[in-house]
Write a protein that binds this ligand. Structure first.
Ligand code: PLP
Length: 254
């Protein structure tokens, strides 16, 4: 499978995607950015931090942004397959029902069953497989059942849709010193970084954060919020007292 090339990501492409996301029938909202205080996130730090509440999106995470742009740029009534442990799968399922397309989510068998049940409730098929077989099952669906693969992080339309979050950050804080973005596959990070850098914020430093040891645990369990908070704390201590935005610090899957 071809990787998304950075050369394809232009400011015009991202702005066009933002209009698509804003006017999407999926009801993507401009989430609030709240000033940090001890009760939102316990950190012993003194800098000007904002937290963007992406968990307020209808499907519980920012994933709906990229999905809105992905589905808008695919023929309606298609038969799509993806792999996801939950949050992307939920947005994919919600969009499939809305756009009347058939869908299948290949999930790691370690994902909570409640997530599979929720995804199925939108009329989308779920196949739970060992993590090491995820890609081969997707390939089988593409080759034998003529489904179209929608990637959950490495897809230009998805990344461009996620970039809308970066533009929203700049509306509230035009030149942040530091932006911290939760990172798994890197789709959100790619979109937010592209929006911020292509908007001319040359000095803004953008960090992708993932919980300590996640690459070791990725095959076994979900992320731990406690580790993520510790990482963030260390990062902010290193840069205090800067202005900082934490994008999607905590989504419903954490
Ligand atoms: C709440 C939340 N934050 C961040 C991420 C990471 O997103 P990405 O794979 O685009 O890096 C995920 C991925 O599932 C997620 O569910």
């Amino acid at each position: 499978m071809d990787m998304v090339s950075a050369d394809l990501v232009t400011l015009n492409l991202l702005r066009e995607a933002m209009e698509t996301v804003k006017s999407s029938p999926l009801g993507v909202i401009k989430t609030p950015m709240i000033p940090w205080c001890q009760t939102t996130l316990p950190l012993e730090i003194s800098c000007n931090i904002y937290i963007k509440l992406e968990n307020m999106q209808k499907t519980g995470s920012f994933k709906i942004r990229g999905v809105a742009n992905q589905f808008a740029r695919r023929p309606s009534g298609g038969h799509f397959v993806t792999m996801s442990a939950g949050n992307y799968g939920k947005s994919f399922a919600y969009a499939s029902k809305h756009f009347g397309s058939k869908g299948k989510v290949v999930m790691p068998e370690t994902a909570p069953v409640s997530r599979s049940t929720l995804i199925q409730s939108f009329g989308v098929e779920v196949e739970r497989v060992p993590t090491s077989s995820l890609m081969s099952v997707v390939n089988r669906c593409v080759q034998e059942d003529s489904m179209t693969f929608l990637h959950s992080y490495d897809d230009l339309d998805l990344i461009a849709g996620h970039a809308s979050l970066g533009f929203e950050v700049l509306e509230v804080m035009p030149e942040p010193d530091v932006v911290v973005v939760c990172c798994g596959g890197g789709g959100l990070l790619a979109g937010v970084a592209a929006a911020i850098k292509l908007s001319g914020c040359d000095k803004t430093r953008i960090y992708g954060v993932e919980p300590e040891g996640v690459s070791l645990r990725r095959n076994q369990s979900a992320w731990t919020p406690r580790a993520l908070h510790q990482d963030l704390h260390r990062l902010l201590q290193a840069h205090s007292p800067l202005s900082c935005v934490s994008a999607t610090l905590r989504g419903s899957s954490l």
